[in-house]
Design a protein. Structure first.
Length: 431
């Protein structure tokens, strides 16, 4: 038996350091973060990042086999749960999306020269990256059909197309573009990934798109989602990552890790939200007693705790399986936890808003903004419907159709049950 739910004491100390660092150094800045002068924040951010690096906790997502300082998915899950309590921590610990997924893609597909040029600088935090797959006129849920193309012209690839919702594209140094190179290879060997450095002629950053999280985006803000147009956009041949037609597989590798990393962070956000709910429940009096003593409020608290605990176990178990058997073996689980935990975190955030009443709805508490920011969860990285459909199809493969009555049909089972009973009576010597 090798079931063990305890964290080893040495790593537990690292987690305690992380928690104290985030609680004492980062969370207190939240109320004024958006107002800090960008140049000063950059210096302060580097200082904080250096403290994380000195602690050996920087960029912990990338497996050492791929050249990273990764500690494995289970340890990353425990870390990300703490990181998820405060969104800015992602950048301070060097695990921010979409860079982390892009680095995984480069680690799997890039040549040594390409890694020197883009992966290691990205991992050190010297450059930032974006990943451009989704398009306005094709369903992002189905990346086997895209409109963006790349054609070879001498020593160059020429990209033509239209992308949108590309996180950080308006501030990134490089954009990893998913474009069709091999239409005959559809559905899964049709596309390739190219590195397009910002400023490459022919790549136009049209705008940052307003969203629920930021209805009035300021162009070039970290976390924005951009619309891009590619017109005769030329990159040298060595900007192709991997083989022509290998882009779908590379993108899957990137998205698999991304799905579990989102789930890990959502656990932290859900728990912080529950803390807000509970504090309010014990503090606010209604109809002569604290909210905490009204049974429907207790239901919200208990249900939220149960859902978070169940989601934690599912996430940690998937992380453990990933460490033991590899990401390819748990592809269905990765979709499952993303679909499950995205629902749990939104349900907990919604209940917290309800328990806090008008205050919860207001921007005097952070919960409404977390809700708006996290609402992308069931849509992004492939909609939950698609993950559930893949899960259901995988489960259904284990079943074969039966003729006539179902196997569990009680009247049909009766003759076999009577024969079994007669056999047992004889064997036991019942007279
Ligand atoms: C905040 C945010 C950040 C993003 N960042 C990036 C990024 O950096 N790079 C990038 O390339 N993309 C990014 N995206 C895009 C994201 O990956 C897509 O939104 C997602 O894959 C869904 O594609 P779509 O929006 O085109 O929806 P569609 O494909 O049009 O689907 C719409 C809806 O239809 C339903 N649906 C679709 N297919 C099926 C099916 N097979 N079965 C059942 N129901 C189905 C689902 O409910 C789905 O939500 C981001 C999106 C958001 C919201």
């Amino acid at each position: 038996m090798a079931w063990d739910f305890e964290t080893d004491p040495e790593f537990a100390e690292q987690l305690a350091w992380m928690r104290a660092f985030i609680d004492d150094e980062l969370i207190p800045l939240e109320p004024i973060l958006d107002e800090l002068p960008a140049d000063e924040w950059l210096v302060a951010k580097r200082h904080l990042q250096n403290r994380v690096k000195a602690q050996g906790l920087w960029g912990a997502f990338l497996d050492p086999k791929l050249g990273g300082a990764g500690l494995g998915q289970l340890k990353l899950a425990l870390m990300s749960e703490i990181i998820g309590r405060c969104m800015m921590s992602m950048a301070i610990f060097g695990v921010q999306a979409p860079d982390s997924g892009n680095m995984e893609l480069l680690a799997h597909g890039a040549t040594e020269a390409q890694k020197e040029r883009w992966l290691w600088p990205n991992l050190r935090g010297e450059i930032s990256s974006a990943f451009a797959l989704t398009e306005p006129f094709f369903a992002g849920a189905d990346p086997t059909v895209i409109g963006t193309t790349a054609t070879k012209d001498g020593d160059e690839w020429v990209i033509e197309g239209h992308k949108w919702f590309i996180t950080n594209a308006s501030i990134a140094d490089i954009v990893l573009v998913f474009a069709e190179t091999n239409p005959e290879g559809r559905p899964h060997r049709h596309a390739s990934v190219f590195v397009v450095p910002t400023g490459t002629p022919g790549m136009e950053i049209v705008r940052d798109i307003g969203t629920m999280a930021h209805p009035d985006p300021e162009f070039g803000r970290l976390g924005n989602h951009a619309e891009l147009i590619f017109k005769d956009c030329r990159v040298p041949a060595d900007h192709l990552i991997g083989d022509p037609g290998g882009g779908f597989t590379l993108a899957q590798q990137r998205l698999g890790g991304g799905r579990i990393h989102h789930a890990m962070r959502w656990l932290g956000q859900a728990q912080r939200s529950l803390d807000i709910m509970c504090e309010r429940a014990v503090s606010r009096i209604s109809h002569g007693k604290p909210l905490a003593q009204h049974q429907m409020m207790q239901d919200y608290v208990a249900l939220s705790h149960m859902e978070i605990q169940a989601a934690r176990l599912l996430t940690f178990q998937t992380a453990w399986k990933m460490d033991k058997y590899g990401a390819a073996a748990v592809r269905t689980d990765l979709g499952m936890i993303k679909a499950h935990v995205s629902k749990v975190v939104l349900a907990v955030l919604d209940r917290t808003i309800q328990v806090c009443g008008a205050l919860g709805y207001s921007s005097d508490l952070p919960v409404e903004s977390w809700y708006r920011g996290t609402r992308f969860g069931p849509i992004g990285d492939g909609p939950d419907e698609v993950h559930k459909s893949v899960l259901a199809r995988t489960l259904l493969k284990g079943y074969t159709p039966v003729e006539g009555w179902p196997s569990e049909h009680i009247p049909s089972r009766r003759p076999a049950a009577e024969a079994k009973w007669a056999e047992l009576r004889a064997e036991a010597g019942v007279t």
